[in-house]
Design a protein around this ligand. Structure first.
Ligand code: ZN
Length: 457
């Protein structure tokens, strides 16, 4: 390998603390303690549960908390009334509580209207939800956009209810309050942005959504010490209405988004999965495919579909942002999805560590990927006289020399370093090092980020 010139500031590889899978695994104690604290909070799309969640995340990274008043129009929607709950339970005739949300926040259907009544079992029955195929699991149900109330319980408890009268008490309220989201911005040398979006509205479910929150918080914390090229914007918001609200308030700002990832469901043992952006050929699609393929042979890339999490809004045609989604097993494709079985027994440290490593690698490639121009494009320039060819005559050039030749040959301004890495089969880092060395001897000039203006011209 040739002696490399001293790397300038622009060449620093970001996220040194997440440089390997082992380094990411070392962060899992922090991830687990954050998730354990967040697990018991009764979150919904609005209310104090989201605020408490964001306050805990803010202990890890500085968050700007935004409160958007109920009733604010946001495209075809409006910010709903704020919902909070103090207690919710059902008691039998003897006063014994047969369901109590103190035992598990999932017992109450989220956004349930207040109730205080005594009703016979037949009348109560339509408000009770269970999963007969999994009699020990509690389902997760919501009634966000229709006024209703309900309880979720194990099928075993449901079956054990005897005919009779039951006292039902839900001490909840809807008020004109606000929807809350949080943003952590890590400034870069460029105002071009990378968006990382995760939802924060599910109560007491681990894979969906605590792993996403933990990963985003860890990544943001690490990037803050990295002086990145891009500006990174982490958004912690309730699903769907949160991203719709965020987009409505940032219609101008999203023009700066060059790349983005929705992160969620990243701790189950399923294979790493990248869901392409709606565009399908954005730089993030190429980078994620490349990175995931190198990390794990079982990693998958799936096509965009207008179903899933906040990519549905970020990739709606009026925005069409270059945003993909990183998950493991996609939503609705594992039996524990949206049930109490999505708990700490479902998620694995090695899986979340691998997801974090994938994000760090994606960031590293995005940070270094760029297009260059060969300043001596007529025939090969003489590398030996510039000290770049270590040996001449009789010996085959080594990998680094190959990388130099590939970079020179392909750098007509149209190819990015990742394009060159993929075409040559040489590692991206080696191609990037070769480009740095060629810049140092003035054979190459950077043309800036691989994608200008967010969209391929
Ligand atoms: Zn969900």
């Amino acid at each position: 390998m040739s002696e490399q010139p001293e790397s300038g500031n622009a060449r620093r590889v970001p996220l040194p603390g997440l440089a390997s899978l082992a380094a990411c695994a070392d962060r899992m104690d922090a991830a687990w303690s954050l998730m354990r604290e967040l697990y018991r909070i009764c979150r919904s799309i609005t209310g104090d549960g989201v605020r408490k969640t964001l306050a805990r995340v803010a202990a890890e990274v500085p968050l700007e908390i935004v409160e958007v008043p109920s009733g604010t129009p946001v495209f075809d929607w409006e910010v709903p009334r704020e919902w909070n709950v103090r207690e919710a339970w059902i008691a039998d005739e003897s006063g014994q509580r047969v369901v109590d949300m103190r035992d598990h926040p999932l017992h109450l259907m989220s956004y349930s209207a207040p109730v205080d009544a005594v009703v016979p079992l037949e009348e109560l029955r339509p408000h009770l939800h269970s999963i007969p195929e999994h009699p020990d699991w509690i389902p997760y149900r919501t009634s966000y956009y229709r006024e209703d109330w309900g309880f979720c319980l194990t099928h075993r408890s449901l079956e054990s209810l005897r005919p009779g009268r039951y006292r039902v008490r839900i001490d909840s309220d809807f008020k004109s309050g606000s929807l809350t989201y949080g943003e952590c911005i890590v400034p870069g040398t460029s105002s071009d942005e990378v968006l990382v979006f995760t939802h924060v509205c599910h109560p007491s479910l681990c894979n969906d959504n605590l792993t996403g929150i933990a990963l985003a918080a860890l990544l943001a914390k690490e990037l803050r010490g990295s002086e990145p090229r891009y500006t990174y914007r982490f958004v912690f918001a309730p699903g769907t209405i949160g991203s719709i609200t965020w987009l409505a308030r940032n219609e101008e700002g999203v023009r700066r988004v060059r790349h983005g990832l929705v992160v969620g469901l990243v701790g189950d043992p399923g294979p790493l999965t990248f869901k392409r952006s709606r565009r399908g050929d954005a730089e993030i699609d190429q980078v994620a495919r490349y990175v995931l393929g190198r990390i794990s042979p079982s990693a998958r890339v799936i096509d965009f579909s207008p179903y899933g999490y906040d990519e549905r809004q970020l990739c709606s045609p009026g925005f069409d942002l270059p945003v993909g989604r990183l998950t493991r097993t996609p939503n609705n494709e594992y039996p524990e999805y949206h049930t109490s079985a999505d708990d700490f027994t479902l998620i694995e440290r090695s899986a979340l560590a691998e997801s974090l490593f994938a994000c760090a690698e994606i960031v590293r490639v995005l940070e270094r990927n760029a297009r260059y121009l060969n300043l001596s494009p007529k025939c090969e320039p003489r590398l030996g006289k510039r000290g770049l060819f270590r040996s001449t005559g009789g010996r085959h050039p080594g990998e680094f020399e190959h990388a130099l030749l590939w970079v020179l040959n392909q750098s007509d301004g149209s190819k990015s370093l990742l394009d060159i890495a993929e075409r040559s089969g040489l590692p991206f880092e080696l191609i990037a090092e070769a480009a740095d060395a060629l810049v140092d001897v003035e054979l190459l000039r950077p043309l800036g980020a691989a994608v200008e203006g967010g969209r391929q011209a």
